[in-house]
Design a protein around this ligand. Sequence first.
Ligand SMILES: Cc1cc2nc3c(=O)[nH]c(=O)nc-3n(C[C@H](O)[C@H](O)[C@H](O)COP(=O)(O)OP(=O)(O)OC[C@H]3O[C@@H](n4cnc5c(N)ncnc54)[C@H](O)[C@@H]3O)c2cc1C
Ligand code: SF4
Length: 497
Amino acid sequence: MTTLRFVLGDQLSRAVSALQDIDRARDIVLMAEVREEATYVRHHKQKLVLVLSAMRHFAASLRTEGTRVDYVRLDDNNNSGSFTGELGRALSRHPVDRVVVTEPGEWRVWEMMQKWGRDFGKPVEIREDDRFLCSRTEFAHWAAGRKSLRLEFFYRHMRRQTGWLMASDKPQGGQWNYDVENRKALPKHLKVAPRQRFAPDAMTGEVMALVGQRFADHFGDLEFFGWAVTRDDALEALRHFIADCLPQFGDYQDAMKTGEDWLFHAALSPYLNLGLLGAREVCEAALDAFRNGVLPLHAVEGFIRQILGWREYVRGIYWMQMPVYPKTNFLSANRALPAFYWTGETDMNCLRECIAATRRNAYAHHIQRLMLTGNFALLAGVAPAQVEDWYLSVYADAFDWAELPNTHGMALHADGGLLGSKPYAASGAYIDRMSDYCAGCAYDPKIKTGSKACPFNYLFGLWTNLTLSALKKAVIPDKPERISERLKPPFSGETGV
Ligand SMILES: Cc1cc2nc3c(=O)[nH]c(=O)nc-3n(C[C@H](O)[C@H](O)[C@H](O)COP(=O)(O)OP(=O)(O)OC[C@H]3O[C@@H](n4cnc5c(N)ncnc54)[C@H](O)[C@@H]3O)c2cc1C
Ligand code: SF4
């Protein structure tokens, strides 16, 4: 039996299920760069370069192993511009018996895949994406019949399942969560290790030229491209993170500082989401550092919680809630996204810094995403769909399964609290405490009204009053408790991670 194995741009792993059991003598791997995927939102130019270059490098490595790869480039003549079109063209080139794919990371593409068998009159096997630590079925089992789908309960379940940081049935060190030790503001003179970046090679250079030419109107600068595009370099980025950043990751996870685009964060999410790194090996690398006595428990636990907890949890929520999830708008937010999200032209220094970093790197760390751009959109009542489009466009790691629950649920509370226990709304005081942005701002974080008032303060005051009075009697969809119970000030200011 001859099989066409269709590998998508975020499935760049030798162990991806579509490639398991490959017969090199007969099978063909199809990979296709298509315009529809590059443009359904206006992805950051660096994100496009990262995905396309990583795809080309992955195809080259498969060929080196002796695998037959049919690779369609974006600028190839007759490229139909869509996955369905390219699969159809490939089937006319190769007389195969069946098609094998791994399930995608997006509902939109999943729906597309459902039609392929009928469209092409061939068996299409859609395999589970087993790169995740919790399968969709296991998540559904965990969620079934629960009143509350809180991350903390899921995380404990996953700790027990994996046995990571466990001493028989108890958490090592006696606590599940060392968050209280992980919320420090940055001391003034603390040195941040220089971030390891990767110079573009010739293949990446070629893709940069293509993207610069074809997607010139997309957001973002290409100039500072430094992402790893191969598994070897992604492994090097992992090593660098464990050795140079993880020791301080937990302590300063919520801090923000002018000119420090990465602080102690991993900057590994694009590699995990593309398949260059696996979730298990990333966690194992951190656990090894703990077992060998190189890193303390609280640092490693804080990091494991992000991957074993949050990353798996948002994916589980996504697949459980689609396709209705993005249709909810619990706070009836309907304003347009301010133009400065794209231009960065605002007097609010915190947002200006965050958007400039996003443009420069296709990256902002979690607290910038949640408590700056997310918090502002929440307080200003921006329509969820517009905010979601922005997040999906501007970050190198943005794929629907991860972006949507984080934006719709965590940042905007548009799901009515299914994902986050309370809205992550905060005034300028929080930003002032956790960053040095306010010192360079036209506004004053201590003033609440008038022309010098920090807009976060002003909006926060308005938002708490309006939201509370409008929603006083509202009931959370899956819970009998009143929304007003959960909107009691002070709101978050904590970040949930
Ligand atoms: C509004 C908003 C939108 C987001 N959109 C995305 C997105 O499109 N893609 C994405 O991967 N993450 C998204 N996140 C989650 C998180 O911000 C990023 O995963 C993180 O900033 C990536 O940078 P890092 O590798 O330095 O992460 P670190 O802070 O160093 O964390 C380590 C790893 O944990 C995982 N992780 C941590 N928190 C989350 C989370 N909440 N959801 C999923 N994974 C998590 C990531 O794989 C990350 O690499 C979003 C968060 C918010 C608030
Ligand atoms: S004063 Fe307000 S707008 Fe200015 S940096 Fe501080 S929090 Fe941001």
